[in-house]
Design a protein around this ligand. Structure first.
Ligand SMILES: Cc1cc2nc3c(=O)[nH]c(=O)nc-3n(C[C@H](O)[C@H](O)[C@H](O)COP(=O)(O)OP(=O)(O)OC[C@H]3O[C@@H](n4cnc5c(N)ncnc54)[C@H](O)[C@@H]3O)c2cc1C
Ligand code: SF4
Length: 341
C-alpha cells in the first residue's frame, strides 16, 4: 500500500490550484480506473483530489443549440438523459455499450475520456512497457497482442484506447472544455487524444494540471440515422475488439453528410474524414459502404495475434453503415460477434 493524502475540491479553481501545489497529484472522479491502477502499482499518486463536489455534474443546453455535458456527470446520467436520448442517441448507445450498469453509475464523462489502455502488459509492472515506463520497451510487440491496434501504431506502442463513449463522441465532433493553471481553453475532440509515435506515455494533449470541465456537443446529433456497433468476445462487460460509430444524413437514398469513427483499433478514437468524403454525395448502397470500409483499413497493419481485426473492421464498417441507413438495430443493441467468425 502506497500512502497518499486526499482533498475534496469544492470549486474548479480550487481543484486546479490543489493539483499545481502537489507534485504527482491526480484527480479522482468515479475512481473506476484510477483505483485499479493504484492497486496494480501502475500509478502511485501521493495526493488525490476528489472531484465529486465540483459543480460540473449538469447537462445543459448550450447557446449554439448544442448540449453541454458536465465533466462529473456520470455515464449513466448522461446516457439516460432525455436530451441525449432524443438528440444524440448515438452517444447514448455508445455509452451503454460500455462496462456494466454499476460501473456506469460511478464513471464520469471526464474520467471516461482519460481512462487508460487495457493492454495487459501496461497493467503488469513486471514487463517492459514504454507507456508505463518510457524507454523500457514494448512487451506487446512480440507478445500476446490480440486486443492491440492495427491503425496508427508505432514501433514503441501498439496499444488501443478503450473508451466506447469516446468513439461515439468522435463521430459527433464535440469540443472539450478545460481549465488549467494558465486559464481555460477549448480542445476540438479530434485533437484531444494522441497517437503513440515516440511518446506513448502521453495519451492526450492535456497540459500539466488541466481539468476537464465539460464536453460540448454541437447541434447536429445525427438522430435519424446512426448506430454504434460493438464487436467483442462476450455481450457485456467486455472491451471492444472493433467498434464503429456512424452518423448519416440522408436525402432519399443519397448520403448528404457522414461521420465514421472506429474503436478498438488505435491509440485514439479513429475518425477517418477521408472515408467520410468518399461517402458524401454517394448512394447509400453496399457498394459505397464497401469502398469506404476498404479505404479506412488501407494502411492497417496486423501483428501476430490480431490480424483478424483488419477483416473484422472492414465488415463491421459495412454492417454499421447499413444499420444506420436502414435503422434496423434496436436502441441500445449490443451486438455479439466472436472474433473468429
Ligand atoms: C471491469 C471494467 C470494465 C469496463 N468496461 C468498459 C467498456 O466496455 N467500455 C468503456 O468505455 N469503458 C469501460 N470501463 C472503463 C470505465 O468506463 C472507466 O473506468 C470510467 O469511465 C472512468 O471514469 P471515472 O470517473 O471512474 O474515472 P477515474 O478512475 O476517477 O479517473 C480516470 C482518470 O481520469 C482523470 N480524471 C477524471 N476526471 C477528470 C477531469 N474532470 N479532468 C481531468 N482529469 C480527470 C483521473 O485523474 C484519472 O487519471 C470498464 C471499467 C472496468 C473496471
Ligand atoms: S502496447 Fe503500449 S501499453 Fe502495451 S506494452 Fe507496448 S508500450 Fe506498453
Amino acid at each position: 500500500m502506497n500512502p497518499f493524502t486526499y482533498h475534496t475540491a469544492a470549486a474548479v479553481d480550487e481543484a486546479v490550484r490543489e493539483k499545481a501545489g502537489h507534485a504527482g497529484a491526480q484527480f479522482i472522479a468515479g475512481g473506476t480506473n484510477i483505483i485499479d491502477l493504484m492497486k496494480e502499482n501502475v500509478e502511485r499518486p501521493p495526493h488525490l483530489i476528489g472531484l465529486g463536489k465540483l459543480p460540473l455534474s449538469d447537462i445543459t443546453d448550450a447557446p449554439d443549440g448544442g448540449l453541454r455535458l458536465g465533466a462529473t456527470a456520470t455515464n449513466a446520467d448522461t446516457a439516460w438523459h432525455p436530451e441525449v436520448q432524443k438528440r444524440y442517441p448515438l452517444l447514448s448507445q455508445a455509452i451503454l455499450a460500455g462496462a456494466s450498469p454499476q460501473l456506469r453509475n460511478m464513471a464520469t464523462n471526464g474520467g471516461n475520456l482519460l481512462q487508460r489502455t487495457r493492454c495487459y502488459y501496461f497493467y503488469d509492472v513486471a514487463t517492459p512497457c514504454n507507456k508505463r515506463q518510457p524507454g523500457s520497451g514494448c512487451a506487446a510487440l512480440g507478445g500476446y497482442n490480440r486486443v492491440h491496434g492495427i491503425l496508427g501504431t508505432s514501433e514503441q506502442c501498439i496499444a488501443t484506447y478503450p473508451s466506447d463513449m469516446a468513439v461515439g463522441l468522435a463521430a459527433l465532433a464535440p469540443t472539450v472544455q478545460v481549465q488549467g493553471p494558465r486559464g481555460a481553453r477549448s480542445i476540438p475532440f479530434r485533437d484531444f487524444h494522441r497517437l503513440p509515435g515516440t511518446t506513448p506515455h502521453l495519451d492526450n494533449n492535456l497540459q500539466s494540471g488541466e481539468l476537464i470541465t465539460s464536453i460540448d456537443l454541437p447541434p447536429q446529433g445525427f438522430n435519424q440515422h446512426f448506430t454504434y456497433l460493438k464487436l467483442r468476445d462476450r455481450t457485456s462487460y467486455a472491451f471492444a475488439l472493433v467498434s464503429v460509430a456512424v452518423g448519416l444524413e440522408l436525402e432519399g437514398n443519397v448520403i448528404r453528410e457522414a461521420r465514421l469513427a472506429l474503436g478498438g483499433v488505435a491509440h485514439k478514437p479513429w475518425r477517418d474524414e477521408s472515408a467520410e468524403d468518399l461517402l458524401r454525395g454517394e448512394p447509400a448502397t453496399e457498394a459505397t459502404f464497401r469502398r469506404a470500409a476498404q479505404h479506412v483499413v488501407r494502411d492497417a497493419r496486423g501483428y501476430e495475434h490480431n490480424s483478424f481485426k483488419i477483416e473484422q473492421a472492414r465488415r463491421a464498417i459495412v454492417r454499421a453503415l447499413k444499420q444506420a441507413t436502414e435503422m434496423t438495430q434496436p436502441l441500445n443493441a449490443n451486438v455479439f460477434l466472436n472474433s473468429n467468425t
